[in-house]
Write a protein of this length. Structure first.
Length: 175
C-alpha cells in the first residue's frame, strides 16, 4: 500500500516538474475551485433544506400572507435564499474561465524556455528543448481538464439551486 502511494506521488511530482511553475498555479486554482464546489454542494444539498424548512415554517405561521407588506416579506425571503444558494458560483465560474488561460501562460513560458535553450547552446538539439516543450504542452492540457471538471459540476449545482428556490417559492404561496 505504501509503495503504491509513493509511486503515485512520484508520478505527480514528475508531472508537476515537467509542467513548470505554471502548473503549480493551475493546481492551486483547481484546489480552490473544488473546495468551493464541495462547499456549495454541501450547502445546497444539506444545509439549505433545513433553512428552507425554517423559512416555510415562519411563512406558514404568519396570519397575514396576502397584503402588500406580506408579499414584500415573501419576496425578501426568496431573495435572501437566492443569494445564499448562489454564493461563490461567480468565483467558481471565474476559476473555470481562468484555468485555460493559465495553461496558455504555460505555453508562452515553455516556448520562451525552448528559445532560450536554442540561444544558449546555439543549436536545435531536441534533448535540450524537451523540457521547454513539456512546459509548453502540459499546462494547456491541464488547464482545460481542470476547467471541464468544474464546468459540469457547477452546471449541476446551478440547476439544483434554481430548482430548490422554485420549490421554496411554491411552498410560500401568496394568495
Amino acid at each position: 500500500m505504501l509503495f503504491w502511494l509513493a509511486d503515485i506521488l512520484s508520478t505527480v511530482s514528475d508531472y508537476m516538474d515537467a509542467g513548470g511553475w505554471v502548473l503549480w498555479v493551475i493546481a492551486t486554482s483547481l484546489f480552490i475551485m473544488w473546495t468551493f464546489l464541495l462547499e456549495r454542494a454541501w450547502f445546497i444539498y444539506v444545509q439549505f433544506p433545513r433553512e428552507a424548512k425554517r423559512m416555510i415554517g415562519e411563512w406558514d405561521a404568519r396570519t397575514d400572507t396576502t397584503s402588500w407588506y406580506a408579499h414584500r416579506i415573501r419576496d425578501a425571503r426568496l431573495s435572501e435564499a437566492e443569494v445564499k444558494l448562489n454564493e461563490r458560483i461567480a468565483a467558481i465560474k471565474t476559476l473555470i474561465a481562468v484555468t485555460p488561460m493559465m495553461g496558455l501562460l504555460g505555453t508562452v513560458t515553455g516556448m520562451v524556455a525552448v528559445f532560450e535553450s536554442m540561444a544558449i547552446t546555439g543549436s536545435s538539439n531536441a534533448r535540450l528543448m524537451a523540457s521547454g516543450i513539456s512546459m509548453a504542452t502540459i499546462p494547456p492540457l491541464s488547464g482545460m481538464v481542470c476547467a471541464v471538471s468544474g464546468l459540469f459540476v457547477v452546471a449541476k449545482l446551478e440547476g439544483s439551486a434554481k430548482a430548490k428556490l422554485e420549490r421554496l417559492a411554491d411552498h410560500m404561496p401568496h394568495h
